[in-house]
Design a protein around this ligand. Structure first.
Ligand SMILES: [Fe+2]
Length: 438
């Protein structure tokens, strides 16, 4: 029997630099110049496992992770913090406030005696989707919250941090507090990635294509391996098995029988996807799922997100500005519908999330979220936790597809081989890519 590996992996490849160096890099494209990389790009390494999640580690990770969120915002202009060009891309100011709201609402109000909320309105303004906590701003209205201003939201963060660190002075906090802080930090890391994808959407839909930072291309990675990995049929253990942190949707570990399959060691590149486009990829219904075909026709989709045909040449918007497409770079910003159509055109398919996990220890991964052919569903024995945190994952287990791995903008140490990301099939704005199976 073959068992998928658990625990931290990040980008796994013998060709990659060691972990400590990766922790000081961004993406995987420029390892030699890490000394010149601005602090905001440092992917702080905070892993919560059975041996290192002492309160001292958590206290240190709390400060590090919270600081990184703010560092990511440093290149933004004040005006960038507010707009919400589409309902699914929240404004930076909202992310900054909502991540603080999580600590205030889930922890401080319940576990720090005498805690006084920073502002009674914030509970309503910055609740995302927790019905148990109360009413909230309609999601599509997050960009309409021009007040509080950016400065006040930063003051809110300081208020929450001061009180959280006060709570974390206790060397032996309540086990529930301990677990909630770890959840809150993982939540913050998830929002760090959403923050980047969301402000990329806003800047990428600005007619002048503003540069966020000249070093922030983040989609320029090339494959480090080629060929196919053969995995024999058998029973595989899927799901989280060790004592380290995981989200509830990774439980329970269970066995899945897989037939023989092969998995590409490389992710699909821009040139491979261009070949699909040039072969009429967006013009032939036979390669598309019916919903996907409807989607491209209704929305006028003719390419991955951020691609622009200028003077006969394909360009794409990166956070370092508009650039010519690098044919050998790994494709990014692709929907499930497009990933599935591409695989059908190639006469292949996307892997299931179980195949991905079974093969993951032998695959280089970590630069794109990889669409799988698996619907986001509960594992056997999945239980919804009591209280508001029970709304974290379980209620979204419908009409979404699972993505595995991590992306170049995922905080290092945040993902693992059992991690289940999930999005609706039409979304292109994440750093998503394609790995083929057959
Ligand atoms: Fe959230």
């Amino acid at each position: 029997m073959r068992t998928a590996r658990n625990g931290f992996s990040g980008i796994i490849s013998p060709d990659e630099p060691p972990l400590w160096l990766r922790a000081l890099s961004f993406g995987n494209e420029n390892f030699v110049t890490q000394a010149t990389i601005p602090l905001m790009f440092i992917k702080h390494l905070c892993i919560f496992g059975e041996n290192n999640s002492t309160i001292a580690v958590i206290r240190s990770c709390y400060s590090t992770i919270r600081k990184r969120t703010e560092k990511l915002c440093e290149p933004l202009h004040t005006e960038d913090y507010v707009p919400q060009p589409v309902a699914y891309a929240s404004p930076p100011k909202w992310h900054l406030a909502h991540t603080s709201w999580f600590f205030e609402e889930m922890i401080l109000k319940h576990y720090l005696p005498g805690y006084k909320a920073f502002d009674p309105d914030f509970g309503f303004l910055f609740n995302s989707y927790y019905n148990a906590v109360g009413t909230r701003t309609f999601r599509a209205d997050r960009g309409n919250i021009t007040r509080p201003g950016v400065r006040e939201v930063y003051t809110y963060r300081q208020h929450v941090d001061r009180h959280m660190l006060e709570l974390l002075q206790d060397d032996e906090p309540d086990r529930k507090v301990h677990d909630l802080v770890i959840l809150g930090l993982n939540h913050e890391q998830q929002h760090q990635e959403l923050l980047v994808t969301d402000f990329k959407y806003a800047l990428g839909h600005n007619p002048t294509f503003p540069v966020y930072h000249e070093s922030a291309n983040w989609i320029g990675q090339h494959n480090t391996q080629t060929g196919w990995l053969s995995i024999p049929e058998g029973l595989y253990t899927i799901g989280h098995k060790n004592d380290g942190f995981c989200f509830d949707n990774e439980c329970n570990a269970h066995q899945v029988f897989l037939n023989d399959f092969e998995m590409s060691k490389a992710l699909v590149t821009n040139s491979e996807y261009l070949a699909f486009m040039e072969d009429g990829g967006y013009d032939h219904f036979g390669w598309w799922l019916d919903e996907g075909w409807e989607w491209i026709r209704k929305e006028g989709i003719r390419s991955p997100m951020y691609w622009h045909r200028i003077d006969g040449e394909w360009h794409c918007f990166t956070l370092a500005g508009l650039q010519k497409i690098d044919p050998d770079a790994i494709l990014a910003h692709i929907s499930y519908y497009e990933a599935n159509a591409f695989a059908t055109w190639k006469g292949m398919r996307l892997p299931t999330e179980f195949e991905w996990e079974a093969a993951s220890s032998e695959l280089p991964w970590g630069v794109r979220w990889e669409w799988t052919n698996s619907a986001y569903l509960p594992y056997p024995g999945f239980k919804i936790a009591a209280g508001a945190v029970g709304e974290y994952n379980g209620k979204f287990m419908m009409n979404q597809m699972v993505l595995r791995g991590a992306s170049a903008v995922t905080a290092v140490g945040h993902s693992r081989t059992t991690y289940r990301n999930f999005f609706h099939p039409q979304y292109q704005w994440q750093y998503s890519g394609i790995r083929l199976a057959k």
